[in-house]
Design a protein around this ligand. Structure first.
Ligand code: F6R
Ligand code: MG
Ligand code: MG
Length: 374
């Protein structure tokens, strides 16, 4: 029977603005998952990235299971209750609906799930990002699964050389899942043409063409599309299986050394570089910079090892310094041009309201004629 890895995450309240959850809140979530998980899960672990809490669960109920999604929802409700009692900022903010209806999709929390035939050894990575949206993973996934300059496995390993199938979602389409399937390497320019627009086209999953196995699952929900006027970022999670028929762990981590610019940071409305940080890191400068953690695991018969912290290695200190420099450079130009997100991505309506008022004050100046000039 297949094993399912489910990670479900939500922002249900934080200390000091959008910095991080309180210990009491985390404990409430952990306690509920531990209690309910005795019956419904094979194993689980709970962690935080910025102000988001991610629950990783292993089980045999399949992807989208009401049992597993319901468990996560209840855990977040219990955490939100504590957040309210403690007066935390944004208490319960990602729980967009009052009652659970079978699956967290469209309800606020984000989910990424892999249904797998467990390999004899099964290494995988759990990425969680805060103050950004799911398109933040387009860049590292393109490099890891398409580009031999990043991933020598694409030319060294016969299985990996057969390439990967990308499933890409148009996240602006809200009346159902609008997806396209493209094959690497034949269609890499088509893949590139879509992934260059990470606010609209988002990698949902990646599959091995050699074996048909799923390598990647990304939580693709865009909350402002679901809720209409949600004033935050989606803060995505992603699961990536590594080694053997998939890119090596180091090949998947390598693209994060670029500290690429992503949508996120202050008021969910700015472009900032993505900083790889240690597990449990909170948010700071300019409500950012957007951050990403990576917990590495192996799973055997559904039992998880402890997480190892992939970005706590000294190598990433220099990357973080570089990201800091990039962040400060970008902030020098305030709200001008590339620093602030385009109109459609702003999490606030202030500018469009201002522009609507100013629009009425514009006048068409009559053309200057020869007679006027004389
Ligand atoms: C994401 C996050 C931000 C905020 C956004 C709106 O974790 O914290 O995207 O949600 O800055 O914040 P408020 O509602 O406080 O204006
Ligand atoms: Mg937040
Ligand atoms: Mg967050």
């Amino acid at each position: 029977m297949k094993l399912t890895l489910s990670v479900i995450k939500a922002d249900i309240g934080s200390i000091g603005g959008h910095i991080g959850p309180s210990r009491k809140l985390l404990d409430a979530v952990k306690a509920l998952v531990a209690e309910r998980g005795k019956v419904d899960l094979l194993d689980h672990t709970v962690g935080s990235t910025g102000d988001d809490i991610a629950i990783l669960m292993t089980h045999r109920h399949g992807a989208g299971s009401p049992i597993v999604h319901g468990l996560a929802w209840e855990a977040f409700v219990a955490g939100a209750q504590v957040a309210k009692e403690q007066g935390l900022y944004g208490a319960g903010q990602d729980l967009l609906k009052d009652a659970f209806s079978g699956n967290v999709h469209g309800m606020g929390p984000a989910a990424a799930e892999l249904e797998i035939e467990e390999r004899p050894n099964e290494p995988f990575l759990l990425f969680a990002a805060d103050k950004t949206d799911p398109g933040a993973f387009n860049f590292p996934l393109y490099l890891a699964f398409v580009d031999a300059m990043n991933t020598p496995g694409l030319i060294l390993s016969p299985k990996i050389s057969q390439g990967f199938r990308f499933v890409i979602m148009d996240v602006n389409h809200t009346t159902g899942d609008r997806v396209i399937e493209l094959l690497a390497p034949e269609q890499i320019y088509d893949i590139a043409a879509l992934l260059r627009d990470p606010e609209r086209y988002v990698v949902e999953s990646v599959w091995s063409r050699a074996t048909g196995e799923q390598a990647v699952a990304v939580a693709t929900s865009r909350l402002h599309n679901i809720a209409g006027r949600y004033t935050g970022k989606d803060d995505p999670v992603m699961l990536v299986r590594t080694q053997m028929n998939f890119p090596a762990t180091g090949e998947v981590l390598a693209p994060f050394a670029a500290g690429h610019y992503v949508a996120g940071g202050m008021r969910g409305s700015h472009n900032m570089p993505l900083m790889p940080v240690a597990l449990g890191t909170t948010t700071s400068y300019f409500d950012g910079p957007p951050l990403v953690t990576c917990a590495a695991f192996c799973v055997h018969e559904g039992r998880l090892t402890e997480p190892l912290d992939a970005f706590s290695h000294p190598f990433w200190d220099e990357v973080r310094h570089n990201v800091t420099r990039k962040a400060v450079d970008m902030r020098r130009q305030g709200f001008f041009g590339a620093a602030m997100l385009p109109m459609g991505e702003l999490e606030y309506t202030g500018i469009s309201e201002k522009l609507a008022t100013l629009d009425k004050a514009f006048k068409i100046r009559p053309p200057v004629t020869r007679a006027d000039a004389a």
